[in-house]
Design a protein around this ligand. Structure first.
Ligand SMILES: [Zn+2]
Ligand SMILES: [Zn+2]
Length: 241
């Protein structure tokens, strides 16, 4: 499978990540990616940059030949902050993002019941900027995968297979075991998925090895994975309902 894009990466602006935008772009280019997305954490996660970080992305060249030699998209990884799916970036700034990932993170929302967690993700998907649900197979937040996959297809949202959740010693232990259920639901509903590195340092940009291993293991169909086509991803985030 061609794997040409990674749009779940973090820079120094996330507070607990260690490379600059330039370093991330150089690493992505060196690895042969065609599209890099930067999605730093929303302002509610402790020690990330404040909301004004997100107000000036207009100065960042998106085209390869005007900037770092690789096409860029600039987004945000929003924190979901309640079970209705509210998120943590003010609307006028969110509006300026090329795309948003929405995720459940410990410091911003405590785990609810399966119904509450599912409602939180479904609520976040209703925001038209949200194009990806990040690491939905975190066992800390049990979710109804079938309902999630159905809503994702209907709302034009990608479900993520998050590599950093699956690597040995990764931060969301137990995700490997749930990934099969997530893929089964996506397959049954015909829902598109995206592989994301969730890199917090340049060396991990484009790293999708553990996610690809699970894709193979579960025989998940390539046509439901968007990573082979930067054009398809661009079209996906430009989609308006
Ligand atoms: Zn996350
Ligand atoms: Zn992340």
């Amino acid at each position: 499978m061609k794997d040409l894009l990674d749009v779940h990466t973090h820079t120094l602006a996330s507070g607990h990540a260690y490379s600059s935008l330039r370093e991330m772009a150089m690493a992505a280019k060196a690895k042969g990616l065609k599209l890099l997305g930067i999605a730093d954490h929303g302002p509610k996660l402790p020690d990330t940059f404040g909301e004004f970080y997100f107000c000036n992305f207009k100065v960042i060249p998106r085209e390869a030949d005007l900037g770092y030699g690789i096409d860029l998209v600039m987004g945000v990884e929003l924190d979901i902050i309640d079970y209705a799916g509210s998120t943590d970036l003010r609307g006028d700034f969110l509006e300026r993002m090329d795309y948003a990932i929405a995720s459940l993170h410990d410091p911003c929302i405590k785990a609810g019941t399966c119904e509450q967690n599912t409602a939180a993700l479904l609520g976040a998907m209703k925001n038209p900027k949200v194009k990806i649900i990040g690491h939905p197979d975190n066992p800390k937040y049990p979710v109804d995968f079938r309902a999630l996959a159905r809503a994702a297809r209907e709302q034009h949202v990608l479900l993520e297979l998050n590599n950093s959740s699956y690597v040995p010693g990764g931060s969301r232990q137990g995700s490997r075991e749930l990934a099969g259920e997530l893929m089964a639901a996506a397959r049954a509903e015909g829902t598109m998925v995206i592989l994301g590195s969730d890199a917090h340092i340049e060396f991990d940009v484009g790293r999708h090895d553990s996610a690809l291993e699970l894709v193979q293991q579960h025989g998940f169909p390539e046509e439901l994975i968007i990573n082979s086509s930067p054009e398809a991803f661009r079209k996906w985030i430009g989609h308006q309902d």
